[in-house]
Design a protein around this ligand. Structure first.
Ligand code: CS2
Length: 504
């Protein structure tokens, strides 16, 4: 039987450098990152960058950084990595190539639901210098109208009432309180989720939450401390990371000769652009290819409105056609054409790309990545949580197009695909926290346009778009075609290819 991956077995197999061989001791003084939402993405992105930065730091005799991962919903990752002393591998797959990389910087994984107090204590630990987050869009419990944390959400209210924190913002604030009381020093909160202006947004959410704490005096003091000691840089993260499968573990076993229960699959591409505003130091992530600079906002917008928006469109068209992976959808000539048109006609005319980045070339590279046949990214996963994702991915494109008097037809197709998914094909695997509410709201409406409008209203989507009724109408027309016949959808897409945008 193959032995389980651990520092001992990996050391014996010659897979570890001398520095990575011993299990880091809890009393060491190496700086820490506490990462909230330690799912597959964080392991294949944040942890890989940190591991490579550590290797760069070692050569310069600088300290290496450790990661304490925190799971948000279940113990699974803790159960996978704890017996492996935090080790796991990333299986990079592209057309015809597979590369397995062992990651060694994880010290410990805590289960958020089971170890709430340990999580708070870790955030307050003076060794901790950064709290990073990949908790997905819905993890922030945002009120779309206010663009800050929704103080009426039941889990947020429970955290405000002083129970063991269960939401990421609640965990952060409880950690900051303890940190301020203990004088444990400055901290950086680094949101790595696909939300525009993620740094400023997280800062706003944390401040709103603190402002709503029952003790007004204590809350004012904490806000003062926060303003002096805590920074919230914005960042754009990019790497397509599907859920691990049995094949991932098999490929890891083949490469390592050891059983790795925590292996994650990924494409080989990765990108990270960050604002360099760290309150208490950071790993030398540039040694791993990260870039620090001024144009983070432009990168975030470009990536969200091209990559993530196209991903969502392909996910809904793919699900409509019964396809289970993004690659299959990207290989369908008509669905791929719709995605290309989304970029050409809707997104690029109203997008400012960073520096000298050519938007059309960037869009082409993204389409090639979608078609990576090795990845197996599921349409169910990318299509999940549309009520939370569509605003950040399509909101600015819709608003800016309508300001110019043009209806973004392909963005309307994505919205129709999502509404169709919610109303007509509630597949067991794709989930949306608002699905029940949206279905209930739409069921009382007469006519497709009213149904689309009520779903958008209920989800708080595209509220600020001028003349939104025209956009709703465009989505309703697509939705009617989808309800009628898939061939008609295909014909209509074909007919519209290469056309300009529809003027209002
Ligand atoms: C995807 C993203 O699941 C999704 O919604 O669009 O996770 C996407 O793969 C990453 O943002 C790529 O960087």
């Amino acid at each position: 039987m193959t032995r389980r991956l651990s520092r001992e077995t990996a050391g014996q197999a010659g897979l570890l450098s001398d520095a990575a061989r011993p299990q880091p001791a809890a009393d060491s003084d190496r700086p820490l990152i506490v990462h909230l939402g330690f799912g597959a993405f964080a392991r294949a992105h944040t942890a890989v960058y940190t591991d490579e930065a550590n290797r760069g730091a070692q050569q310069l005799d600088e300290p290496s950084w450790g990661i304490v991962g925190v799971t948000q919903r279940s113990r699974t990752v803790a159960d996978q990595l704890d017996p492996q002393d935090g080790l796991f591998s990333v299986v990079e797959q592209d057309r015809g190539t597979t590369d397995v990389q062992l990651v060694t910087c994880v010290e410990e994984v805590l289960s958020g639901p089971d170890q709430a107090d340990e999580v708070v204590q870790k955030i307050a630990d003076p060794r901790t210098r950064i709290v990073s987050l990949t908790v997905t869009e819905k993890g922030y419990r945002l009120d779309p109208a206010q663009q800050t944390v929704d103080l009426a959400a039941p889990e947020v209210r429970a955290d405000l009432d002083g129970g063991e924190p269960g939401t990421p913002i609640g965990q952060i604030v409880a950690g900051l309180r303890r940190r301020a009381e203990a004088g444990a020093g400055p901290l950086t909160i680094l949101s790595c989720d696909n939300l525009p202006g993620n740094g400023a947004l997280t800062r706003r959410a944390v401040r709103t939450f603190i402002g709503a704490l029952p003790d007004g005096e204590a809350s004012r003091e904490l806000l003062d401390w926060l303003d002096q000691h805590v920074t919230f840089p914005s960042t754009m993260v990019d790497r397509m990371v599907p859920q691990p499968t049995a094949e991932t573990a098999e490929l890891a076993r083949g490469a390592l000769g050891l059983q790795d229960e925590g292996a994650v699959p990924s494409e080989s591409f990765r990108q990270w652009v960050l604002e360099d505003a760290f309150a208490a130091g950071r790993p030398r992530w540039e040694a791993a290819g990260a870039t620090f600079g001024e144009d983070v906002a432009a990168w975030e917008e470009t990536k969200l409105r091209i990559l993530n928006a196209g991903h969502s469109l392909l996910a809904y068209l793919g699900r409509y056609a019964g396809l289970s992976t993004i690659c299959e959808a990207a290989e369908d000539e008509i669905w791929a054409a719709a995605c290309r048109e989304l970029y050409r006609a809707d997104v690029l005319p109203v997008l400012e790309t960073p520096g000298d980045v050519d938007g059309a070339a960037y869009a082409d590279s993204v389409l090639r990545r979608f078609a990576n046949p090795a990845l197996g990214h599921t349409t169910a996963k990318v299509g999940s949580d549309g009520s939370q994702k569509l605003g950040p991915r399509f909101g600015t494109t819709v608003r800016r197009s309508m300001e110019r008097g043009a209806v973004p037809q392909w963005a309307a197709l994505a919205v129709a695909g999502w509404v169709h998914d919610i109303l007509e094909a509630p597949g067991p695997e794709a989930t949306d926290p608002a699905a029940e509410r949206l279905r209930r709201r739409a069921s009382g409406e007469h006519g497709t346009a009213r149904a689309v409008e009520s779903v958008l209203d209920e989800a708080g989507l595209f509220q600020d778009a001028a003349d939104r009724g025209r956009f709703v109408q465009a989505a309703a027309e697509w939705l009617e075609l989808m309800q009628d016949d898939a061939d008609m959808v295909r014909q209509e897409i074909r007919a519209r290819i290469g056309k300009g945008r529809t003027d209002v």
